[in-house]
Design a protein around this ligand. Structure first.
Ligand code: SF4
Length: 220
């Protein structure tokens, strides 16, 4: 089903409406498809080399906060992102470099809408269930993952890192489901262009009974 965000609906702070008219369905089916890495034939989604596995970040929360400060969105980075978007090869090279670095440091799977700044830089997409709001109820008493009992739950890693830096409050924000069409895109470019605004609530989502996530901006 296609998604519409008619202004009146957007103004009301509500999620976009689903448009299921035949014309909208036809438009939606013509969209290019992007999807998470698929499991190899005959394997369950959590099996195989490409399956998400809890990954311990290789760089400290503090160091990443400094790095994020350098790369924070500003007119310069916005210009860089705009230039990259209009130069296909350069964008491809930049995205490949981002993939190499982030894969090594965080086990990044290139979902294109990065949650790292809100999860103490532990990637939630390495959770075998890919929970953006974790942990699930299956974590063992010793902190191991339900799917991979020999591995520590990535959400516990996030909590421990956040606790060390006094940022546990970050983990009480509510994360929006990602736009599945953006797999494989550069999350930095999306961030610089403001396309991932509203990926999580500003404040503690558990302290209110009125949760409002803004509508995600869409690419032109
Ligand atoms: S872009 Fe997505 S998959 Fe990559 S580190 Fe960020 S949240 Fe994880």
């Amino acid at each position: 089903m296609a998604v519409t965000d008619a202004p009146a609906h957007r103004d009301a702070g509500l999620p976009p409406r689903l448009d299921s008219t035949p014309a909208a369905m036809q438009r939606a089916s013509a969209l290019p498809s992007a999807s998470p890495p698929a499991p190899a034939a005959g394997r369950l989604p959590h099996q195989g080399p490409q399956a998400p596995r809890p990954t311990r970040p290789r760089v400290s929360f503090k160091a990443m906060r400094v790095m994020h400060g350098v790369l924070a969105r500003n007119p310069l980075w916005q210009t860089v992102a705009g230039w990259l978007e209009s130069h296909e090869r350069a964008l491809g090279a930049f995205t490949a470099a981002e993939k190499t670095v982030k894969e090594r440091l965080f086990g990044c799977r290139m979902c294109g809408q990065c949650a790292l700044p809100s999860t103490a830089y532990a990637c939630p997409m390495t959770c075998p269930k890919q929970l953006r709001n974790g942990p699930c109820g299956g974590v063992s008493f010793d902190g191991s993952c339900e799917v991979y009992p020999g591995m520590r739950c990535v959400w516990l890693m996030a909590y421990e890192r956040a606790e060390q830096d006094g940022k546990v409050g970050d983990l009480r924000r509510l994360q929006r489901p990602i736009d599945q069409r953006r797999w494989g895109e550069s999350s930095w470019v999306n961030y610089w262009q403001g396309l991932d605004e509203g990926l999580w609530t500003r404040d503690d989502a558990l302290a209110t009974n009125r949760i409002a996530l803004p509508i995600l901006p869409s690419k032109a």
